[in-house]
Design a protein around this ligand. Sequence first.
Ligand SMILES: [Ca+2]
Ligand SMILES: [Ca+2]
Ligand SMILES: [Ca+2]
Length: 230
Amino acid sequence: MTIKSIFLAATITCAASASHAASVSATLTNEGAAPGASGTTMFRADLTGLGLSEIAAITVTDSNSGVGGSPGAYSGFDLDAIFLDVDGDATTVGDQYYASGFTFSAGTLRAGGLASNTTGPTNGSASANSVDEAFATLDTFDAIFFGAGSLTLGDGGELTALFDPEILVGPSLYLFVGEVGLGSGESLAASITVADVAPAVPLPAPALMLLSGLGAMAFGKRRKAKAKAA
Ligand SMILES: [Ca+2]
Ligand SMILES: [Ca+2]
Ligand SMILES: [Ca+2]
């Protein structure tokens, strides 16, 4: 078996010093066909020795190459599964940790190709910003070609698997990722980020307006108090 490797970029933010941030890298190796889904390529990365004490989020970003694989609702990286595993053996499932939630941003679709089987633009998405979790089953290698069991990211799309509570990095912890297809070229170009701090969820515009409104009210109160004191 040829061992292909891709670059795994990991970002660490130290809790002790909020302004400090550092990056480390590790190797994601091609482990061949995934158990339970012979059409899925399984990749594994050792998460020990990276300087991470715990895992809060893992982000998979499509390389936006615009080539490889299929167009339409299958444009870009086709993610069968993403999970953590203590002993590094994907066939023993009792030691696995699955995401507590996901954030998603669908990429663009190439013209033509098949339509999505789900309500979102890419196969396995519920909308441009949410995953159809029951359809995509991102905790299991079970994808069916052009069918159920995976989430297609779209060109330039991004998925973050959130782990709340965080998963402690003990003496042994591995990341498993699967891509539907054997050697389509999309998986090796995608980038993966492991972080011990979950990314901040951007506030929707109405919440921001409310916050700035509250700020203005507080400012007005302070001015009044000052005027009284004067
Ligand atoms: Ca694809
Ligand atoms: Ca295992
Ligand atoms: Ca799956």
